[in-house]
Design a protein around this ligand. Structure first.
Ligand SMILES: Cc1ncc(COP(=O)(O)OP(=O)(O)O)c(N)n1
Ligand SMILES: Cc1ncsc1CCOP(=O)(O)O
Ligand SMILES: [Mg+2]
Length: 213
């Protein structure tokens, strides 16, 4: 077992799930400052999402985030890159084009947090659960500035997905004005990029999202 997976994390299954964006935090200093503030605000999960091919930068930033998340007892998830997640002993988020959930489970072990993009499909969600996913991500539910081309999903899906028995993540255009709507519809975790990493005060932004009712 990877030693990092034996750590005690705060409950990651409910709350605010922040996802980094290299456009909004374009260097190490701004990335780490914003993430530290978001962690202070009380994140449930953090995802490192960098779509560049700069392996050196990705390794350095992911390691920097892993140390900061560990200091707060918050689990780190790496977007797309199973090998990087395995090197760091952290979780991974995989979309439909990012490789097999079953292979990720086999490599990372049974304690690792493995997330799956299910778009607007209960069938994709069932398949991901059966392959060993830890959470199921649906969306986008609202207009997203980060990924406007993501296929839309309807909020009723969140209620239906609860029957699958895994934590459900809602993503896409979520902010203070609509977080409570997603939560009431059945989301356990609210995943956000812009609402936290474009905010002047990411700590306050996370608190606001946590308290949105
Ligand atoms: C929590 C969460 N949900 C969905 C996604 C999207 O993943 P994917 O479809 O692979 O798209 P990219 O993020 O890789 O562009 C996510 N990253 N996190
Ligand atoms: C990665 C991703 N997948 C679907 S929407 C999205 C982006 C979410 O970002 P924002 O919270 O800024 O809409
Ligand atoms: Mg992906």
């Amino acid at each position: 077992m990877n030693p990092a997976h034996g750590k005690q994390y705060r409950d990651w299954r409910r709350g605010v799930y922040a996802i980094t964006d290299s456009g909004l935090t374009p260097d190490d200093e701004r990335l780490f400052a914003a993430v530290e503030a978001a962690l202070e605000g009380g994140l449930a999960l953090l995802q490192y999402r960098d779509k560049s091919n700069d392996q050196v930068l990705r390794e350095r930033q992911a390691r920097g985030l892993a140390a900061r998340c560990a200091a707060h007892g918050v689990a780190l998830i790496i977007n797309d890159d199973l090998a990087l997640a395995a090197r760091l002993g952290v979780g991974v988020h995989l979309g439909q084009q990012d490789g097999s959930i079953a292979a990720a489970r086999a490599l990372l072990g049974e304690q690792a947090i493995i997330g799956a993009t299910c778009h607007a499909s209960l069938e994709l969600a069932r398949r991901a659960r059966d392959e060993g996913a830890s959470y199921l991500a649906f969306g986008r539910f609202f207009a997203s500035r980060t990924k406007p081309e993501a296929p839309p999903a309807s909020l009723e899906l969140l209620g239906q997905a609860r029957a699958l028995g895994l934590p459900c993540v809602a993503i896409g255009g979520i902010d203070h004005s609509n977080a409570a709507i997603a939560r009431r519809a059945g989301a356990d975790l609210i995943a956000v990029v812009h609402a936290v990493f474009a905010a002047d005060d990411p700590a306050r932004a996370v608190i606001g999202l946590r308290e949105a009712r």
